[in-house]
Design a protein around this ligand. Structure first.
Ligand code: PLP
Length: 420
């Protein structure tokens, strides 16, 4: 069992990489802050700029007073109701999601997490079409429950549970057939429909791949996926768990990339939706939702009134504080900073709005992983998906000064760790 810096033994399953070695203790507000905080303190008193933010959950920053107030109010009123009853926060949130996201006659299924929202999308696609194949993509991440993990690309997460079409089975079992294709490859998608069209229930993708290293889809790829699904009777499913709820400067990354030219059939959310309170939602049209009759799906906690109140407060604060505009400004601001203060190790900066990947070294080089600890020493918490890219998922209100600080910490970390 691992000992951490505070002498605790980690009593959890050893499923998390032990590398961090610190205990995070509380949010710390800068002087004069009135909203959420960008900083966390560890149990030794060291303060970090938090560009992980619960892996993209704390979009208002930590401990935003209006978000706390909304949760407290709901806790004092009603905290748990069986889903056979209606509640005001749940119905209000359902209406709000319908007005913000590009789904006609929107009907949500409420879940507690991202992977549960993916599961709902999978069950809907299989049931509504009566088909068995879901198309997913290289580098994709859709969650870790068994059906979601089948769509996730990284074999380190998938083995030994599930396999894709054409892969040797080696004693695994699969709950559906997954066909994995290269991302942003329109020819491969057309060929897949030619070969398997009548079996394809859905094409599921992240409009910006997060865990894979922050890779945006092209507009033409998304429009071609839309056209092929419509032509062949398959459903287009968009996983906005990481990219949605304002992260890219619009409510959905779909909107950022495609605009209003087309819409997906299914779109699902989690992370930012509750402003770090656990909640997920899978949205689809009224017509498709009609396939999910009584007993076809359900959850005890999903759409809990406190979680719905947290989500309503999060969406309201994003709007009232102009946070979509703030999020949209982050990537262009960082690009300007990078121009004025170059770091020769950075080979690419990509993403959209407040979902930023800073690729350090080659894709094979794993340089971001190597500088991870040095970034922490320099006061920055950031993940390194793919081992080659530093991912910045700062709260939306973070601006030039926080981005300059993050850029400086990456540079300091690169200088501190010699090139192999
Ligand atoms: N889908 C995407 C795009 C994600 O980024 C994640 C989490 O990182 C998930 C699904 C899984 O969400 P959760 O960890 O809440 O189950």
């Amino acid at each position: 069992m691992a000992d951490n810096a505070d002498g605790f033994q980690d009593l959890r399953w050893p499923t998390y990489a032990p590398g961090r070695g610190i205990t995070l203790d509380r949010a710390v507000h800068d002087d004069g802050d009135t909203g959420g905080s960008f900083r966390l303190r560890d149990s030794n008193g060291k303060i970090y700029l938090d560009a992980i933010a619960g892996i993209g959950c704390a979009v208002l920053g930590h401990a935003h007073p209006l978000w706390i107030e909304a949760i407290h109010n709901q806790l004092g009123k009603l905290s748990s109701v069986a889903n056979s009853f209606w509640t005001v926060p749940q119905q209000q949130l359902a209406g709000r999601l319908g007005s913000l996201f590009p789904i006609d006659d929107c009907r949500p299924f409420f879940a507690n997490s991202g992977t549960e929202a993916t599961e709902a999308a999978i069950k809907l696609a299989l049931k509504a079409t009566g088909r068995d194949v879901i198309v997913a993509f290289e580098r994709a991440f859709h969650g870790r429950t068994l059906a979601s993990i089948a769509l996730t690309a990284n074999p380190a997460y998938r083995d030994p549970y599930v396999t894709c079409m054409g892969e040797p089975p080696s004693g695994r079992f699969a709950t559906m057939q997954v066909l994995r294709l290269p991302y942003n490859d329109e020819d491969a998608l057309r060929a897949a429909f030619e070969a398997h069209g009548p079996r394809i229930a859905g094409v599921f993708l992240e409009p910006i791949q997060g865990e894979g290293g922050v890779w945006p889809a092209t507009k033409s790829f998304l429009l071609e996926a839309r056209a092929l699904c419509s032509r062949h009777g398959a459903l287009l499913g968009i996983d906005e768990i990481q990219s949605g709820c304002g992260r890219t400067g619009h409510w959905s990354a779909w909107e950022t990339i495609v605009g209003d030219e087309a819409k997906p059939d299914i779109l699902w959310l989690a992370k930012a939706l509750g402003g770090s309170f656990p909640i997920g939602a899978c949205l689809t049209t009224e017509t498709l939702a009609a396939h999910m009759g009584p007993g076809t799906h359900g959850t005890t906690f999903g759409g809990n009134p406190v979680a719905c109140a947290a989500a309503l407060a999060t969406l309201r604060i994003i709007e009232e504080e102009g946070l979509l505009e703030c999020a949209a400004a982050q990537l262009p601001t960082l690009e300007l900073i990078a121009k004025s203060d170059p770091n020769r190790e950075v080979v690419d900066i990509r993403g959209a709005g407040a979902m930023i990947g800073v690729q350090v070294g080659t894709l094979e080089g794993g340089r971001a992983k190597a500088i991870g600890k040095a970034m922490m020493d320099a006061g920055l918490l950031a993940t390194t998906p793919g081992g080659h890219t530093v991912r910045l998922l700062l709260p939306y209100a973070a601006g030039e000064s926080e981005l300059r600080e993050a850029w400086g910490a990456i540079k300091t970390a690169c200088e501190a760790v010699p090139l192999a």
